[in-house]
Design a protein around this ligand. Structure first.
Ligand code: ADP
Length: 421
């Protein structure tokens, strides 16, 4: 394994895994710290998805170290600590404390911190992070409920989280390419800095930074900075090329879509699927709360459907409907009722011969993946930006597409199946 990655949340982990897979590394994502006997031998890169962004710094350190140790035991040569491209954190952490702990673990004295992701509008100039051209502290991140970001100077932000001296490599050095960046790393190290924020305004910058840092025992950043790493590892290993694969081996079996997202993209996808004639069953949270409808009602309906094409079970509703339900049942309670019902349905799918599953919704995906007991995912080709086909590893053999609510084109639920072999 060339690269062992630790991500501080689930969708961030998928984002990174997809980036590495697209650039030609065989990539596996695990849900939490992998069991010691999980076979990771086929992977060039493994991404461990934690949920450590907003937990206490000590818990984040403990979980990240456990993940790092598991990755090193499985053969990881280098480590990558992945956080959000908006540097989501508090003054206490967890980016600084986890970076310190991982530097200690790898017995190294220097690393970089680069959350830039220009393709998504996140750029760093003179150490200041911009979101679509707006300084971080003026972007919507200033009002984030858990990690409000009120300072766009990342040197200052990170310095508040760590005792290690933080430096800056600005874009003049980065413009000079990998050799100039390597020289700047040496200069900063000699100046006593242990972590450097690195400017990046373009993919060209990210690729140069990746090449310059590829041999570091520890790299930290967003998924953007991982863009240049596969090329560096390929050059030394000469064994892979960027993936252009558009089809994916999937287990034989029936297909289903479980939609628990109410985001506008999912609403359109549900409408498009129904218009195209996909049999659909709507879960209404009010009926679920009174138990007039249960998971079993949906499963009985499912048993009567044609087994040859995909079917759809959805709770997707308009903002007005969601609001009406929430005022009756409470926001969290309504969400939980739907998630639990979809999880119960998911649990019985393998026994019904349903092995190809699309899930719409971030929280919904977490609930379904847990219910199915999925421990790890091999990352396959991208269906639409940010959403790959994946195949479960370890337990029941499944093809899964876990779609964040607002991702994907209107015909996502129709076209995704055509990629499966
Ligand atoms: P997204 O990725 O679009 O944010 P999530 O699955 O993360 O989707 O979140 C959607 C939340 O809304 C879940 O907790 C889900 O259970 C809940 N939910 C789904 N359908 C309804 C509905 N009709 N009324 C109220 N809440 C719903």
């Amino acid at each position: 394994m060339k690269l062992g990655c630790i991500a501080d949340d689930l969708t961030g982990a998928t984002d990174l895994a997809l980036m590495l897979a697209r650039e030609g590394l065989r990539t596996t994502q695990t849900i939490g710290v992998p069991r010691a006997d999980l076979d990771l031998s086929g992977a060039d890169a493994v991404v461990v998805a934690l949920k450590s962004r907003t937990i206490s710094a000590q818990d984040a350190i403990d979980q990240s170290l456990a993940a790092a140790q598991a990755l090193r035991k499985a053969g990881a040569r280098n480590l990558f600590f992945k956080y959000c491209s908006t540097f989501d954190s508090t003054d206490e952490g967890n980016i600084g404390p986890v970076t310190e702990a991982l530097l200690n673990l790898t017995s190294s004295d220097f690393t970089l911190a680069c959350p830039a992701f220009p393709a998504n509008g996140r750029t760093i100039y003179k150490g200041h992070l911009f979101v679509n051209g707006v300084p971080l502290h003026e972007s919507s991140m200033k009002d984030h409920p858990l990690t409000p970001m009120r300072d766009s100077n990342l040197v200052r932000v990170l310095q508040r989280q760590t005792k290690l001296p933080v430096g800056l490599i600005s874009y003049e050095d980065v413009e000079g390419g990998p050799d100039a960046i390597r020289a700047a790393f040496e200069r900063e190290k000699a100046a006593g800095h242990r972590i450097v924020i690195v400017d990046a305004l373009s993919d060209k910058h990210l690729r140069a930074i990746g090449l310059a840092a590829a041999d570091f025992p520890l790299i930290t950043g967003g998924s953007g900075v991982a863009m240049g790493l596969p090329a560096a590892y390929r050059r030394s290993a000469a064994d892979a090329s960027p993936s252009t694969e558009r089809s994916f081996d999937a287990p034989a079996g029936r297909s289903i879509i479980l939609a628990g997202s109410c985001s506008s993209a999912t609403q359109r996808q549900v409408e498009t699927a129904i218009e195209a004639g996909i049999p659909a069953f709507r879960l209404n949270p009010t009926e679920l709360a009174t138990r007039d409808v249960t998971a079993q009602t949906a499963l009985d309906w499912l048993a009567g459907q044609d087994a040859t094409g995909p079917v759809l079970i959805y709770s997707t509703a308009t903002p007005e409907d969601v609001q009406a339900v929430q005022s009756k049942l409470g926001r969290m309670n309504a969400g939980e009722i739907v998630e639990n019902t979809l999880a119960q349905i998911a649990r019985t799918l393998p026994a019904l011969g349903i092995t190809r599953i699309i899930v719409a919704g971030g929280e919904t995906s977490g609930a379904v993946v847990n219910a199915l007991g999925v421990e790890a995912l091999a990352i396959g080709p991208e269906i639409d930006p940010g959403v790959p086909w994946t195949r479960s590893l370890g337990g029941t053999d499944l093809a899964l597409a876990l779609k964040s609510g607002n991702f994907g084109a209107p015909d996502f639920f129709l076209k995704a199946w055509t990629m499966l072999r």
